[in-house]
Design a protein around this ligand. Sequence first.
Ligand code: G6Q
Length: 529
Amino acid sequence: MPRFLELKAVQKLQKLAADPIDLSKEGSLTPERIAKMRLSMKGFDLLFGTERVSEPVLEALYELAEEAQVQKKMASMQSGEILNKIENVESENRSVLHTAMRDQFEGKQTAPAAVEASGKAAKELQKLEKFLAKVDSENKFTDIVQIGIGGSDLGPRALCLALEAYARPDRRAHFISNVDPDDTNTVFNGLDLNKTLVVVVSKSGSTLETVTNEEFARARFKKKGLDPKNHVLAVTGEKSPMDDPSRYLASFYIWDFIGGRYSATSMVGAVTLGFTLGFNGLKEILRGAHTMDHHALTAPLKENLPLTSALLGIWNRNFLQLPTVAIIPYSQALIRFPAHLQQLDMESNGKRIDKTGKAADFSTGPVIWGEPGTNGQHSFYQLIHQGTNIVPLEFMGFRNSQREHDLEVQSTFSQEKLLSNLFAQSIALAGGQKNENPNKFFPGNRPNRILLADRLDPFTMGAILAYYEHKVAFQGFIWNINSFDQEGVQLGKVLALKIIDLFKERRTKEKAAAFPLGAAYLKILNEKS
Ligand code: G6Q
C-alpha cells in the first residue's frame, strides 16, 4: 500500500486545492447544489453542499478512497482481521471488532473471528437480559452509578444523557469518572443507597481512578450497614485484577478486540443503558449501530455516508489545511456527545506515525471540540463567522423533537426554531454576507455539513454513534495509520502511578519537609530523560 502522499489522487487533490470553490460568490450556493450534494439512507441525510467541494474534488476524493482500498479495509475490520498493529515494531496486534457487539441482527458476518466475537457478545447480552429481568421482578433498585473513565465513561454517559427522554420513569443513571473526592461524594450524597446499584467498568481492571472510586463506593455501602456484594456489579476484561465474580452481584466481560473508545455498545455501556432504558431500548441502540455498520460495509463509495463524511474531513484537513473541527449538535440531549467524539477521533487518529512505523509527513486527525447549538451561537460562533482561523463544522439536527410536547410561540414551535437556526447558520457560514462596513462583513467559505435524522431515539443514537466510529476508521484507513491503539494515554497512566508512590513516601511530616512536591515532579522528569 503506497504511503498517503504517494497516492495518485492526493496529487490531484493538491492541485484542486489551489483554487477551491468560492461559496461566497453570487450563484455558488444554489438550491440545486444543496439538493445534489446530499446522501440519504434510512431517514438519515448527509447534506454537504456547504462544503468547499466541486464535482472534480468529489471525484478525486472518491478516487482516493478507492486507491486506499477503504472498502476492503472496512471488510477486514468487520470480519476480525488483525488491524490494530504497526508493521515491524511491537504493537497491540489485535482484531478490531466493536461491530461484533451489535452483529446480532440480520446480515451477520460469517468470518470465524467475527462469529466467535459476536457469539461472546450474545452470551453476555443474554446474561444481562436475565439479570435485568431479575432486577425488574425484585423491584429494589431505582438508581445506577457507573464508575469508569475515558472509554469506560464518555460514550455510555453521552448516550444515557441523549436518551433520557426514553428512560423508564423509575430509573436514573449517574456517572463518576474523575478521581475527585468532591465529585464522588456529590453523586453518592444524593442517593438512597438501599436502592442503588454501582457498576464498576474497567477493561484493564486496574485504572487508578476507577479502582479508587470503587473502594469509595464500597465504603459508602458499608457505612450504611449494606453489603457491597449485593449492590456492586463489574464489567472488566477476562483475567483482569477485577475478574473476581465472588466480589460482585454480577459481572460481565469486555475483550481485547474492543477498544475503550469503541466500547459503548459492549457491556461497558450496555449495563447502565439496559438498566435505564430497559433491555429493548438497549437492543434498539444495537440495531441502529448494526444498520450503520452494514451500510458502511456495503454501500457503494458514492452512497456511503460515513465514508463521504470522512473524505470531506480529509479534504478540509489535508488539502485546505484546516486543523480543527467543531461538532455541533442542535439537540441539548447530545450535550456530552462532542466530548465522546473528541476522544473517539483524537485518541484514534491523533497519531504521528503510519502503519509502516514511519513518521507521518502529512497531517493526521484534527482537534475536535464542540457544544450544542443554539448555545454555541451565543458564544464562540463569533470567531467561527469572523475570526482569522477557519473552523469546519459538523452539524447534527433532527426533524422531530424527542418528547411530544412542544409549544407554538410567535407562530413557530421550538423544534422549528432550533432547525431554522441550524440551517441559517450553515448557509451563512458558507455563503457569508456582503456589507460595506468591514465590521459587518462576513467572508463566508466556512465549510460545514449537516447530518440530519428524524428523531433522536435509541435506534438513531446507535446509528449516529456507528456513523462517527466509521468516519474515524475510514480516515485512518486512508492515512494508513493505526486508529485503534493509544500509547499516548498509556504513558499518563504509568507516570501517575510513579508520582503516587512518591506521595506515599512523603506521608510523614519529616519526609514531606525533606522532599517537597516540586522535588517529586523533578524526580519524575529526571527519571524520564
Ligand atoms: C480508550 C482508552 C482509555 C480507556 C480508559 C479506561 O480507548 O484506552 O480512555 O478507556 O483509560 O481504561 P479501563 O477501561 O481499562 O479502566
